[in-house]
Design a protein around this ligand. Structure first.
Ligand SMILES: [Zn+2]
Length: 81
């Protein structure tokens, strides 16, 4: 599973909305991939803030946005990577 694929399903995965085989592949990827592991933690941080009725940390939101942008650019340069 590539970082691009993980980025697409990461939010659903953390919400428990992916099927079991997808969840397993994402879990394996975020363990091995430092960047996606960090983003998974960032997603969780934001979800926890929202669950507590707090505004999500602006820095976490910005980090998440730049992750998505970087992956979108990387996907253009390396199709299928
Ligand atoms: Zn990754």
């Amino acid at each position: 599973m590539s970082c691009m694929q993980v980025a697409r399903v990461l939010q659903s995965y953390l919400d428990g909305e992916t099927d079991e085989s997808t969840a397993r592949r994402v879990a394996r990827h975020v363990e091995d991939c430092r960047r996606c592991g960090l983003e998974a933690r960032t997603f969780r941080e934001i979800k926890h803030s929202l669950a507590r009725g707090e505004a999500p940390d602006a820095e976490a939101v910005a980090r998440l946005r730049s992750y998505g942008d970087a992956l979108a650019e990387g996907g253009k340069q390396e199709p299928g990577a």
